[in-house]
Write a protein that binds this ligand. Structure first.
Ligand code: F6R
Length: 640
């Protein structure tokens, strides 16, 4: 079998590894699953074993789900499959919530007909004294099985493959390694807090990976884009372990569009050959050049365009002056203090319609605080400008409340009965049970449903308090409690019919003129992404209903990323006072302050992330020569 994609044309390309780019992670995962299924079947026909090297992490989840589907619906058998996993934390008990043993069984092995004796995962319980011998035997096990036919890899944002951190040699062996701090931070999502993330891991070495007959590395999401560029277009260096794959002669990188977006063919397609000059592409080229040069747009010269490979634009539009003006005015028109349209004035180029003057609006907030964190300034403006603003809180957000925080509330209820000398109420008994559960809770335990309910209630009260702060009426607050979220674990269930129905019901009830949704594809937990998919599905199904022709969908970005300047279609400014007002609204979410469980790689608090991000957008506009504001909230329209 070959992962070599003969259709990939590397002419004019800066790419040193074959790359296959897909619209979504799901599409890319389907391609990987098809390659694997073909290989398994070919080997079956030849009466041979198929040896797969497997990875864990968020990246291969869709791949494993698709393989399970193929097993169930297309009779793909795993009887001839032998697997070797790349790595495991050390020390790590196999039944621990965060272990890669558990991950592999839950995601794949428990659902297919692989023989248990054919599964190999590094053992996180071997004693330190035996590790060297254990690693040697793991590696010789691979050779005895005939060597790896196909190795599946993910990539760390520092370029690691397996747990081969920067500095790992091309011939490195299977061994115990110290995890990079950046890896520990990135993987913190699987652990209640940073201190529980292991410092060590067992990993197959790069030498073993290079010996595989073929390799597929998958990467999804914008946060992987910078390292993908380094691995694919940079020097082959131990500092970026994945770049060593440039020296493998049968390796394919499967990417989604977001992970590919820093590749030259996306970032500056005009440098790699013919380029279609849509208004958006022109805006992208001109803003990128202006920011690179540190010049406001209106100061760019014909020479700048020539030096940046943009002479095509001069040929098409005449002079830098004309292009500059066109791009500058386009961006200027995105700035508005009237996100619901300016009443009575239909301004040409304004991002929103003036009519109706009083719009019905739904803000979909994946967690109970995304509304205020990500678009608090706009939320407040919409309400103050007389629109009928509803908020749909899509999930309960219960896993992000710490045990310490919930205990404080439990103490309150129990103390209440004590202070007022009330006989033990039913609530107190319930709370005492809950406290007992928390006291004996182990890190591998999932919260009992009562605890989840109390944690959810805490977040609900915070969301209500924020709405009260903004001035939203009680009946405009909708807690949707989408069922896909309610697993009690980081790992969520796939979205289902009920999630879509709940969303459709709310849209049908409000008949909004504007919907705001988190268009966030880089949420590491995937909750934002799933919430968006549910909104898309609901809109696709409702599209033919008459009220929908007036319903515009605006996307905002959550706490993890921001739109690029050229992507922004509405930019809502905030004064320093409005920034403070938004900050106070975020502060209401006390359960999310300081130590939030499963917070992941960004140690800043949510209000800091929001402020820095909105200030940065304002700063970029300023650098481009547009008016200077304290902060800007950014939106892009989505045509469904
Ligand atoms: C896991 C592994 C790691 C991950 C990498 C990306 O078995 O080998 O190299 O592939 O850390 O992790 P995710 O997929 O969670 O972004």
């Amino acid at each position: 079998m070959s992962t070599k994609n003969t259709e990939i044309d590397l002419t004019d390309s800066f790419e040193l590894i074959p790359v296959s780019i897909h619209k979504t992670a799901k599409d890319g995962s389907t391609e990987a699953a098809n390659i694997i299924a073909t290989l398994i079947r070919e080997k079956q026909k030849a009466g041979q074993a198929c040896v797969l090297g497997l990875a864990t992490g968020s990246t291969p989840k869709n791949l494993y789900a698709e393989l399970v589907r193929k097993h169930r619906e297309e009779n793909l058998s795993f009887k001839n499959v032998i697997t070797f996993n790349l790595d495991e934390y050390y020390p790590m008990a196999p039944d621990s919530l965060a272990s890669y043993h558990r991950f592999m069984h839950e995601q794949l092995f428990d659902h297919v007909d692989i023989k248990p004796e054919n599964i190999h995962i590094p053992d996180g319980t071997v004693s330190k004294d035996n590790i060297k011998a254990y690693c040697e035997s793991y590696e010789s096990g691979v050779q005895e099985a005939g060597g790896i036919d196909l190795q599946i890899l993910g990539i760390g944002t520092n370029g690691h493959i397996g747990f081969n951190e920067p500095g790992s040699g091309i011939n490195s062996k299977t061994r115990l390694v110290a995890l990079d701090n950046s890896t520990r931070i990135a993987n913190a999502y699987d652990f209640p807090n940073m201190s529980e993330v292991p410092r060590l891991a067992l990993t197959m070495g790069i030498g073993a990976i290079m010996k595989s007959r073929s390799v597929i590395l998958m990467a999804w999401g914008q946060h992987k884009a910078p390292i993908i560029r380094k691995a694919v277009e940079g020097h082959s260096t131990e500092q970026v372990p994945a770049s060593l794959l440039q020296q493998h002669d049968n390796c394919l990188f499967l990417l989604d569009e977001q992970a590919a977006q820093e590749l030259t063919r996306y970032k500056s397609p005009w440098l790699t050959g013919e380029c279609e000059w849509s208004p958006r592409m022109i805006r992208k080229a001109v803003t990128t050049m202006a920011l690179d040069l540190g010049k406001p747009i209106l100061m760019l010269t014909d020479n700048d365009y020539n030096d940046h490979g943009l002479s095509d634009l001069l040929v098409q539009f005449g002079s830098a002056y004309d292009i500059n003006l066109m791009v500058f005015n386009g961006i200027k028109n995105t700035i508005t203090g009237w996100p619901g349209g300016k009443p009575g004035v239909e301004i040409p180029g304004h991002p929103e319609r003036a009519k109706p003057e009083h719009k019905r609006v739904i803000i979909f907030s994946p967690h109970p605080d995304d509304d205020i964190i990500s678009m608090g300034g706009t939320f407040i403006r919409l309400h103050e400008q007389g629109h009928d603003v509803h908020v749909g809180y899509q999930t309960s957000g219960n896993i992000a409340v710490s045990d310490e925080f919930v205990t404080r509330f439990i103490d309150f209820v129990v103390g209440f009965d004590e202070i007022f000398g009330i006989d033990k109420s039913h609530a107190t008994q319930l709370m005492q049970e809950a406290r007992k559960f928390l006291e004996s809770k182990k890190s591998s335990d999932v919260d009992a449903s009562d605890i989840r309910a109390i944690k959810g209630l805490i977040r609900r009260c915070e969301a209500k308090a924020t709405c009260r702060y903004v001035g939203i009426k009680e009946e405009n607050i909708h807690f949707m409690n989408l069922p896909f979220y309610e697993t009690g674990k980081i790992e969520k269930a796939p979205p289902g019919e009920e999630d879509v129905q709940i969303t459709m019901d709310l849209i049908r009830k409000i008949k909004p003129h504007q919907i705001y949704a988190a268009g966030d594809l880089a949420d590491p937990h995937g909750t934002h992404k799933v919430c968006l998919e549910i909104v898309f599905e609901a809109l696709a199904r409702l599209k033919k209903e008459p009220f929908m022709k007036d319903c515009w969908l605006w996307l905002y970005r959550g706490a993890w990323q921001e739109f690029e300047v050229y992507e922004i279609e509405m930019a809502v400014p905030m004064s320093p006072d409005q920034v403070r007002q938004k900050r106070n609204g975020i502060f209401i979410h006390q359960s999310q302050k300081d130590a939030v469980p499963f917070q992941g790689s960004d140690a800043r608090e949510f209000w800091q992330r929001a402020e820095e991000r909105n200030a940065r957008t304002a700063e970029l506009f300023d650098k481009l020569g547009l008016p200077k504001y304290a902060a800007l909230e950014a939106f892009a329209r989505y045509y469904y």
